[in-house]
Design a binder for this molecule. Structure first.
Ligand SMILES: NC(=O)C1=CN([C@@H]2O[C@H](COP(=O)(O)OP(=O)(O)OC[C@H]3O[C@@H](n4cnc5c(N)ncnc54)[C@H](OP(=O)(O)O)[C@@H]3O)[C@@H](O)[C@H]2O)C=CC1
Ligand SMILES: O=C(O)CCC(=O)C(=O)O
Length: 448
């Protein structure tokens, strides 16, 4: 190649006009290109075979209507989606989200991120994401079951154990996966590993429930160990009170850390003395109860409730955003820094706004991006698939070791690609390592 291509040229030629209005996707794609521009310039095959152009466009976007009856017998209509981004290194894999905010744009971005994330697990999984604009909050169990069945009646045509394997995400846990798996089984008359996050009685894996949150803390531990440090005695502000947040909190407490906060969409719980593991277990157990409110825990755990507020003004050593995207803005980063926070590790997908990420970098914080820090969930999903394919059930001890190994290997990869000093650029490292893996596979297939 005579002249080096610049980041802007690469983004423009890959995305053209197609994504001009899709700022969320463009941002993620530009970040990837920024990290890999020199690699692309060195590997003419990547340019010749249009790797970036192909990665800028998901393989398939399926959108469908979901019709179901609520408890009053009224017809309800929702929209469902599945974005299958890439199956270059394995069948499409990624969660399903049920939340009113679900629309195609966010799922396109998350599916793209999932392709990169899954490549870092070292397991053969491509990337996808899906869901529906259904709000499970304040819905009865029977309504949730009917919605899940109607959703899978539409989606079953697009998924399969060698094709696309969904799992949970916001608003979708073990109970919803159970309803959807049951309906898939009924329609297709097959019993297969078509979904992960299943109950233990029908092919689920030990530790899938815990894996994302535990994995976040394993990754944090690897980052600290790389600097000769450890969690012991440090404090964390954690957002969310769902699957990822509560299991991150549990593992952080088990490792000798002090969990100062949890939160939900109504406010945050502050416990200056630290939440004990026992209380965290009670929150885990209560989370799926209809009508559970984190607020009700405040008096019991000796903490205070802060309605309409987020945890980022609490003095802490470490911030672990584990709720949802864009939950930390630049002002929140400033407040964290002012209050002594030096580390941010993402349990949620994309919890920092672009400005917040810039502020984190400018302040020199140690930063673990979700695309590698939260791989634990999908990694355990990959191990669930292996167990289903082999018709085996592995022990919790073996799986815990596998999870730890996968995360430590991903950490090592990010360090190798992100600058091997005490504070590697984990985002750059993650982007480069996953891009090479996916691009090599795509190149091997020829132009398709
Ligand atoms: N589950 C998994 O295995 C994985 C999940 N992730 C990511 O982790 C994050 C959390 O997922 P998960 O724990 O599974 O989801 P859950 O549905 O179990 O929990 C989500 C939590 O976040 C809170 N929340 C949601 N939206 C908001 C908001 N706008 N403001 C404040 N709080 C909010 C919810 O509060 P409320 O109940 O009040 O809405 C709830 O406490 C997501 O970004 C997800 O994509 C990443 C990797 C794997
Ligand atoms: O377990 C999975 O397949 C997907 C988990 C997920 O949605 C994620 O990693 O964001």
């Amino acid at each position: 190649m005579s002249e080096a291509l610049r980041q802007e040229d690469l983004v423009k030629s890959a995305c053209g006009k197609r994504h001009a209005a899709d700022s969320m996707f463009l941002r993620g794609f530009s970040d990837l290109v920024e990290s890999v521009v020199d690699i692309v310039n060195q590997r003419t095959e990547y340019v010749e075979s249009g790797i970036l152009e192909r990665l800028a466009e998901p393989d398939r976007v399926v959108s469908f209507r979901i019709v179901w009856l609520d408890d009053a017998g009224e017809v309800q209509v929702n929209r469902g989606y599945r974005v299958q981004h890439s199956n270059a290194i394995g069948p499409y894999k990624g969660g399903l989200r049920f939340a009113p905010s679900v629309e195609e744009g966010i799922l396109r971005r998350l599916a793209f991120e999932q392709t990169l994330k899954n490549a870092l697990t070292g397991l053969p999984m491509g990337g996808a994401k899906g869901g529906a604009d259904f709000d499970p909050k304040d819905r009865s169990k029977a309504e949730i079951m009917r919605f899940c069945q109607a959703f899978i009646t539409e989606l079953h045509k697009e998924i399969g154990p060698h094709r696309d394997i969904p799992a949970g995400d916001i608003g979708v846990g073990e109970r919803e996966i159970g309803y959807m798996f049951g309906q898939y089984k009924r329609i297709t008359e097959t019993f297969s590993g078509v979904m992960t996050g299943k109950g233990l009685e029908f092919g689920g894996s030990c530790l899938r429930r815990e894996a994302t949150g535990f994995g976040v803390i394993y990754f944090l531990e690897a980052m600290l160990k790389h600097r000769g440090e450890a969690i012991d005695g440090r404090s964390a502000a954690i957002s969310g009170a769902g699957n990822v947040a509560t299991h991150a909190a549990k593992r952080f407490a088990q490792t000798g850390g002090k969990v100062l906060t949890l939160s939900d969409s109504r406010g945050f719980l502050h416990v200056p003395e630290g939440l004990s593991e026992e209380w965290i277990d009670q929150i885990v157990a209560a989370h799926d109860d209809p009508g559970f409110r984190l607020e009700t825990m405040a008096a019991k755990v000796g903490g205070s409730w802060h309605p309409g507020d987020t945890p980022w003004r609490v003095a802490c050593d470490i911030a672990l955003p584990c709720a949802t995207e864009n939950e930390i803005n630049a002002a929140a980063v400033a407040s964290l820094v002012d209050n002594g926070c030096t580390i941010v590790v993402e349990g949620a997908n994309l919890p920092l706004t672009t400005e917040a990420r810039e502020a984190v970098r400018a302040a020199g914080l140690l930063y673990g991006p979700g695309k590698v820090a939260n791989i634990g969930g999908v990694a355990m999903s990959g191990l669930e698939l292996s167990q289903n394919a082999a018709r085996l059930h592995w022990s919790e001890e073996d799986l815990a070791q596998d999870l730890r190994r996968i995360i430590e290997e991903a950490h090592t990869l990010c360090v190798a690609h992100g600058g091997d000093d005490k504070q590697p650029d984990y985002e750059r490292g993650a982007n480069r390592a996953s891009f090479i893996r996916v691009a090599e596979a795509m190149t091997a297939f020829g132009i398709l």
